[in-house]
Design a protein around this ligand. Structure first.
Ligand code: ADP
Ligand code: ADP
Length: 223
């Protein structure tokens, strides 16, 4: 059975129908690319799947639970514990070092600092940026920031990683390397991966393609 699923998922912003009755099933350990024109609803869809945006109608099921029926606090607890998220511009905390950023999910889950730091360093090492662990975001490159963001999304072994244009701000070679690592580490930890991307090279590293147009999953898309 699916680990994350939407049923007739619909999200409006005023008169704008951003997501229109979308049915999507993400299987455990699967790798899905979500593509489609700008403004077609990809980002809103991913945020609704993550429980950040509450749907106007329809259902979101995550690990056999109706996410959309939970309170905001409960949704955010599920997300912090069992999901990882990566955004286009890292969204790391600039006042913290890379390792402190990667420790955050573990600390929120109650792990002691010493353990959290050791696991965060291990994950930064896996992503190839352990030597930059004590730098802040201002002192590293965009690709290195995204590697740390990937480390933060995966450090707590989430069931699913949702990435919204994770390599959109990188040159194509750096993008491909970061994506390769994201796919490898998600695979190693068994996390399902959902990646919103405009980049066909990025999408080619994933197994399933979902095409979104005007808020709907386009006819014929394989999910
Ligand atoms: P994509 O990720 O495919 O570019 P989005 O999900 O960002 O698409 O946007 C889908 C539609 O919803 C667009 O018409 C966009 O203008 C609108 N939209 C997105 N976010 C908001 C918001 N916070 N308030 C109002 N309209 C929004
Ligand atoms: P490769 O052999 O191409 O490096 P793998 O899928 O074996 O690809 O591993 C990718 C990375 O994930 C490796 O650097 C490895 O250290 C790391 N890794 C492997 N297993 C785990 C795990 N259970 N948790 C976190 N990271 C892991």
């Amino acid at each position: 059975p699916a680990i994350l699923e939407s049923r007739a998922l619909t999200v409006r912003y005023g008169d704008t129908l951003a997501v229109d009755a979308v049915e999507l099933a993400i299987m455990p350990g699967s790798r899905t690319a979500i593509m489609g024109p700008s403004g077609s609803g990809k980002s809103t869809l991913v945020h609704a799947l993550a429980g950040v945006v509450r749907p106007d109608s329809g259902e979101v099921w995550f690990e056999d639970e109706r996410l959309d029926l939970l309170s905001e606090g409960e949704r955010s607890r599920r997300r912090l514990a069992r999901m990882g998220m990566v955004f286009q511009f890292g969204d790391l905390v600039p006042e913290l070092t890379l390792v402190e950023n990667v420790m955050l999910p573990l600390q929120v889950l109650g792990e002691k600092s010493r353990h959290a730091r050791a696991r965060a360093l291990e994950m930064l090492d896996t992503l190839g940026v352990a030597d930059l662990a004590d730098r802040r975001t201002g002192a590293v490159s965009g690709g290195q920031i995204q590697r740390a963001a990937v480390a933060r999304a995966l450090v707590h072994r989430p069931a699913v990683v949702l990435a919204d244009e994770p390599t959109g701000a990188l040159d194509s070679l750096t993008a491909e390397r970061v994506l390769d690592t994201l796919v490898a580490v998600a695979g190693a930890t068994g996390a399902a991966l959902v990646v919103v991307t405009h980049d066909h090279v990025v999408a080619s590293h994933l197994d399933n393609l979902v095409v979104v147009r005007d808020g709907r999953v386009a006819e014929g898309a394989v999910a």
